[in-house]
Design a binder for this molecule. Structure first.
Ligand SMILES: Cc1cc2nc3c(=O)[nH]c(=O)nc-3n(C[C@H](O)[C@H](O)[C@H](O)COP(=O)(O)OP(=O)(O)OC[C@H]3O[C@@H](n4cnc5c(N)ncnc54)[C@H](O)[C@@H]3O)c2cc1C
Length: 330
């Protein structure tokens, strides 16, 4: 009997978790390795006192049948709800975006708080090396944001051919600062709790998590634009947070701020995307996927929740096809 193939997935964001779920269904022994203390990646939510604030993805939209099918099930299970928009609905997770990924990941083996530092060849398979763990797999799927994935590959004694370097080395992401403000007042921001027009230069979105019905207390998430975040990236957290607060007060008029926090995303959105839903390294059983790997039919041209989901599903199908073809050849 053919031995069950072992697949290691680096990164427990949407792409990693969707790929994992699919590969488990196909009968593979899958493990997700995640450096943070929970799965979700940029589907990120923070508890602040009695409140809850999303500080990564704000909402998601649906263009593909595959995600539409998931959405129907999530709506039925009460995991998500429509926030606003009739022709092109914006969906949100009921208890914060992170909770949705945690629900989908239930039952998938995940090693948390484990940052993979190197990947080494252990032909015909591969090993992941974190500071205290070495794990051996038949194949690896790497779903970190592309610049982080490329750094990891460069730090690893693997053979990357010129085309791998050329493709991966050119992709850059922009950073995003998000200021989180617990406020005294019960404030209404627009009809649904989202302000994304007529904002001061540098501000991208202001979200009221209470109006979004994610938070029991008034908590604002203030998303700064990529260019602004780039220019403030090295100015220090205190100065950056103070400037976001100044812009917020100017925008909304005086509000009483009870507490403030800053989230700095080094890799928030890709500036350049791939027009292929995954990549496989030429010389190793190692695939790359994630939100920057777009299906050629994706008309948005941007990294987003849906591009991560579709990339995860496509790469899982490709890995499965690869192993089935190997068995047929033998
Ligand atoms: C501020 C912000 C706002 C956004 N707003 C929206 C929005 O409104 N709508 C929308 O559709 N999209 C939005 N997005 C984009 C969306 O969140 C992402 O496209 C999607 O969540 C990416 O999923 P992913 O699996 O590709 O990557 P990630 O979620 O980044 O997952 C990668 C995972 O890999 C882990 N990792 C990295 N390196 C290692 C390592 N060496 N070892 C172990 N683990 C590792 C990371 O910790 C992370 O959990 C937003 C993103 C940000 C940052």
């Amino acid at each position: 009997m053919e031995q069950q193939k072992r697949i290691g997935i680096i990164g427990g964001g949407l792409a990693g978790i969707f790929a994992a779920r699919q590969l488990v269904t196909e009968g593979y022994a899958v493990e997700v390795i995640e450096k943070s203390q929970s799965v979700g990646g940029r589907m990120a939510t923070r508890r602040i006192d009695q409140g809850t604030a999303d500080h990564g993805a704000v909402f998601f939209t649906v263009r593909t049948d595959e995600l539409a099918q998931e959405v129907d099930e999530w709506l039925e299970q009460g995991l998500i709800r429509k926030w606003f928009g009739d022709d092109f609905p914006r969906y949100i997770a009921v208890n914060g975006m992170n909770q949705l990924v945690q629900s989908i990941a239930r039952g998938i083996p995940v090693h948390l708080n484990e940052q993979v530092e190197r990947i080494v060849s252990d032909a015909p398979g591969l090993q992941t090396i974190a500071s205290e763990e070495t794990r051996t797999y038949d194949a690896i799927l790497l779903t970190a944001p592309v610049p982080q994935a490329y750094d990891l590959l460069e730090a690893s004694p693997l053979t990357l051919v010129e085309s791998d370097h050329a493709r991966l080395g050119k992709v850059t992401f922009e950073p995003t600062f998000v200021g989180l403000f617990e406020i005294q007042e019960t404030l209404e921001i627009g009809e649904v709790g989202l302000l994304d027009e007529g904002l001061a230069t540098g501000m991208l979105k202001i979200v009221n998590n209470a109006q979004k019905e994610v938070s029991a207390t008034p908590l604002l998430s203030v998303y700064m634009a990529g260019d602004w975040s780039e220019s403030w990236y090295d100015k220090g957290e205190d100065a950056t947070l103070a400037e976001i607060e100044r812009l917020l007060q100017e925008q909304l008029g005086p509000v009483t701020i009870i507490s403030r926090q800053l989230k700095r995303w080094r890799y928030a959105q890709a500036r350049d995307v791939f027009r292929t839903p995954y990549l496989k390294l030429d010389q190793h059983p190692l695939w790359l996927a994630g939100d920057a790997f777009l299906d050629p039919k994706d008309t948005s041209g941007r990294t987003r929740v849906e591009s991560a989901v579709i990339s995860g599903l496509r790469v899982a199908a490709a890995m499965d096809a690869h192993f089935k073809a190997v068995v047929t050849e033998q």
